[in-house]
Design a protein around this ligand. Structure first.
Ligand SMILES: [Zn+2]
Length: 392
């Protein structure tokens, strides 16, 4: 990033503040909640996510051709909603993930893998048994689940799967989903999205889901431009998380994942299931009347876009794995549909059909084309703020 652009950020605040203080300041602007108290953020699940973020931040520095990237601080926001944010202030990049994101992602894969009829080919599925948590359904806030469980005198956190392989698989899947989310936020900083937004409308951050407390984006800001940036961030997250397929091929997975993912076929299937579920948690709507108004393309279309990116990445980098991907994708989608029902979700078969029809509707395709053309138009300007030139 040229120094003149960096000064947009550094010049705003010349006082000396620690990254944590800057994060606290950001929390006030984002309107989601304060920084998560240490008794929560120091718990093992949160520490695991923080370590993952540190690794990603270091890998982002190391593996890409990145110049002059601002230091990046990762932390948690005390909110039970599913949300995340990317911000640059006083020359420091901030990535925040809500407690709700950590909790809901961990919760869903625990419940899925502890159900004997979900992913029955993984580990010893008959060792699992159906419990009350499988009736809880799906929610985008922790509060709904927590209230339900408290009312029935159940612990807030569901029990892990009984079978050790399935327990490890649940961890791998939540890790993949979190990695997708955190990389998406890092991409907003590294790819120049935050810089571009700041330059265009004077807001130095990007929230995934709008909070009640945040300032409304100026009317002049075209939601399609924002959607183009979101699709780009998803692309980076796809490229990054998909590396597990190739790592499995080379027998090079991090030690923790070995023994669960032994082949690239398994890795590709698990990737599809985990990322597909993440998009499902974000919603499954394709609303033609509203889709020009939101910050993100409908999550159903984002899901399809992510899969299309994945296939392009496979074809370009690991063509020998493309056939595996094409085979795993419909199989994992089918399993997602089954597993939604298994954990008390109310998504009926006709709803899936409705979604499938909407996603392949001409209006959806036209919308994707509009977002893609918009990206091509703004890309040179976004690149002026980018720290990397990697083009997936
Ligand atoms: Zn985003």
């Amino acid at each position: 990033m040229p120094l003149s652009r960096l000064q947009h950020f550094t010049g705003r605040d010349l006082s000396v503040k620690t990254p944590a203080e800057l994060f606290d300041e950001g929390c006030k602007d984002w309107g989601l909640g304060p920084r998560t108290p240490e008794e929560i953020s120091k718990s093992p699940v949160f520490q695991e996510a923080a370590t993952l973020a540190d690794i990603l931040i270091r890998e982002t520095f190391r593996t890409n051709d990145i110049q002059g990237l601002v230091p990046i601080h990762f932390d948690f926001i005390h909110s039970d909603q599913m949300n995340a944010v990317a911000d640059i202030r006083a020359g420091t990049g901030l990535v925040g993930v809500t407690d709700g994101s950590i909790f809901l992602i961990t919760d869903i894969f625990r419940r899925l893998l502890s159900h004997p009829l979900v992913l029955p080919h993984i580990g010893n599925a008959p060792a699992e048994s159906i419990n009350a948590y499988h009736q809880d359904g799906i929610s985008q806030t922790c509060e709904v689940l927590a209230k339900k469980r408290a009312a029935e005198n159940r612990p807030v956190v569901p029990p892990p799967p009984n079978d050790p392989v399935r327990e490890a698989c649940a961890l791998v899947m939540s890790r993949l989903a979190l990695e997708f989310l955190i990389t998406h936020e890092l991409a907003h900083i590294v790819r120049g999205h935050v810089g571009y937004i700041y330059d265009s409308v004077g807001i130095p951050y990007m929230l995934e889901f709008r909070s009640h407390g945040m300032q409304k984006p100026p009317a002049a800001f075209d939601p399609i431009v924002r959607q183009a940036l979101e699709v780009d961030a998803d692309r980076i997250a796809v490229v990054n998380t998909l590396r597990i397929a190739n790592m499995a091929k080379e027998g090079n997975l991090r030690q923790k994942w070995n023994g669960i993912i032994s082949s690239s076929q398994e890795a590709i299937y698990i990737w599809n299931f985990a990322i597909g579920w993440l998009f499902y948690l974000w919603g499954l709507e394709v609303d033609f009347d509203e889709m020009d108004k939101y910050d993100h393309p409908p999550s159903g279309l984002r899901d399809l876009e992510a899969v299309a990116t994945a296939m392009t990445v496979m074809e370009k980098n690991w063509p020998e794995l493309l056939a595996d991907f094409k085979e795993a994708y419909p199989r994992s989608k089918h399993e997602i549909m089954r597993s939604v029902i298994a954990i008390g979700g109310t998504c009926t078969q006709s709803r899936w059909v409705e979604y499938g029809e909407a996603a392949s509707d001409n209006r959806a395709l036209q919308h994707q084309e509009l977002v893609s053309n918009t990206w091509n138009a703004i890309r040179p300007h976004v690149n002026e703020h980018s720290f990397m030139e990697l083009a997936p």
